[in-house]
Write a protein that binds this ligand. Sequence first.
Ligand SMILES: O=P(O)(O)OP(=O)(O)OP(=O)(O)OC[C@H]1O[C@@H](n2cnc3c(O)ncnc32)[C@H](O)[C@@H]1O
Length: 184
Amino acid sequence: MLVAVGTTNLSKLRAVTQALATIFPGRKEGDIVVKGVSVASGVSDQPMSDEETIEGATNRAQRAFAAVEGADFGIGVEGGIHKIGDQYFDGGWVVVVDKDGRTGIGCSARYQLSQKIMDLVLKGDELGVVMDRLTGQTDIKQSAGAMGILTNGIVNRDTCMVHGIYFAFSKWISDAKYWEESEL
Ligand SMILES: O=P(O)(O)OP(=O)(O)OP(=O)(O)OC[C@H]1O[C@@H](n2cnc3c(O)ncnc32)[C@H](O)[C@@H]1O
């Protein structure tokens, strides 16, 4: 199975590899090939709404699928912020496409961003840059992620994304009766 993922971010690629091993059990090592490709998300570097983040994940999935010949699936994973009331939350959206034209969508758990972090993001820096500056670490977005820092390592970015990937694949792994047009 060849799976094209629209990113070269190591945390996202780890999440996809881990999720696929659970989604398609019994496959021998090497049966599932995950190929990360650099594609444009087509949205801003720091998406600021669920709608924009879903659009980015969709573009990444479609563009990765088109870029990798013979791919069985294209996957787009996009991180983004969303405001609910006067609070800001971050999370990841996942879109899956396949060669039959089917599309699946899922999202990770989301977590609150403090006003202190948001003040820096709203000044124009991406969350990853802000977290690097606050922690003194480099490229947090490819390792623990902001959620890993804020949960003291309990939920890292790849762990968080894995659930979004499971949900995005639900159409392929649950009974078709939940998805087909039915007479009920
Ligand atoms: O290489 P790509 O796939 O673009 O990965 P990315 O991490 O740069 O990009 P995303 O589009 O998924 O995320 C949008 C921005 O949100 C930030 N971001 C989202 N979740 C984050 C997290 O958990 N930790 C740090 N930064 C995060 C990050 O700075 C990104 O610029």
